[in-house]
Design a protein around this ligand. Structure first.
Ligand code: SF4
Ligand code: SF4
Length: 199
């Protein structure tokens, strides 16, 4: 049986809290002045890989279509090159909007599950937080175990060869005085840069 895809958007699909939450973040206030010229999409070096170009993301955000925005791979592919921000004729900080969306997605766990970039970012953070250093072979292994088992099997021979030639180390590396690193990271967590930290 044929399935029908609905392309019409209804008011009921909007989240009325979404646009105000993004626009309240410094750098994202000018979103409503977007004229949908598409300059950001045209200049973006990664837009050919995005399922929605930056211009469309800007429009969906300002009208509150949170689900569509959060299901898109666009914010995760944005490399923060700032080309869109520099060229926008309305001085909208498109890159800052992308950052704000990424932060919201992480906070609310709204990212595409098993999407490699999200998994890679999370595993990278966990590894650096725990040991103070990153180990390539461990990171890549974790990435493929959590996203694509077949890819792990495909890459196994290359990985073994790189270890054999001494390009990758199997032994994880640790920094000295890890407790100090944890204290710094915990402090940032307790007192994010936007909040006033106690003297
Ligand atoms: S370049 Fe600026 S005004 Fe044009 S679509 Fe992008 S955000 Fe909107
Ligand atoms: S900052 Fe992101 S969205 Fe803007 S042009 Fe660069 S990659 Fe594209």
């Amino acid at each position: 049986m044929d399935t029908t895809t609905r392309h019409i958007k209804y008011q009921a699909d909007c989240d009325p809290t979404f646009a105000p939450a993004i626009k309240a973040i410094p750098g994202c206030e000018k979103l409503d002045s977007c004229i949908q010229c598409g300059t950001c999409s045209g200049i973006c070096p990664l837009s050919i890989y995005m399922d929605m170009p930056p211009r469309r993301i800007m429009n969906l955000v300002r009208y509150g279509f949170k689900r569509e925005v959060m299901n898109s791979n666009t914010v995760w592919l944005c490399s923060a090159c700032y080309a869109c921000t520099v060229e926008c004729p309305r001085q909208i900080k498109v890159t800052d909007v992308m950052y704000a969306l990424k932060q919201m997605a992480i906070k609310e766990r709204l990212y595409p599950k098993r999407f490699p970039m999200v998994v890679l970012a999370n595993q990278f953070y966990k590894m650096v937080r725990h040991r103070g250093r990153m180990n390539e072979i461990h990171l890549v292994t974790r990435l493929y175990l959590l996203t694509n088992w077949f890819k792990l099997l495909e890459m196994a021979r290359l990985g073994i060869e790189l270890i054999r030639r001494g390009r990758f180390s199997v032994k994880p590396d640790n920094i000295e005085r890890r407790a100090e690193l944890h204290a710094i990271l915990d402090y940032e967590k307790r007192y994010p840069p936007t909040e006033a930290a106690p003297k």
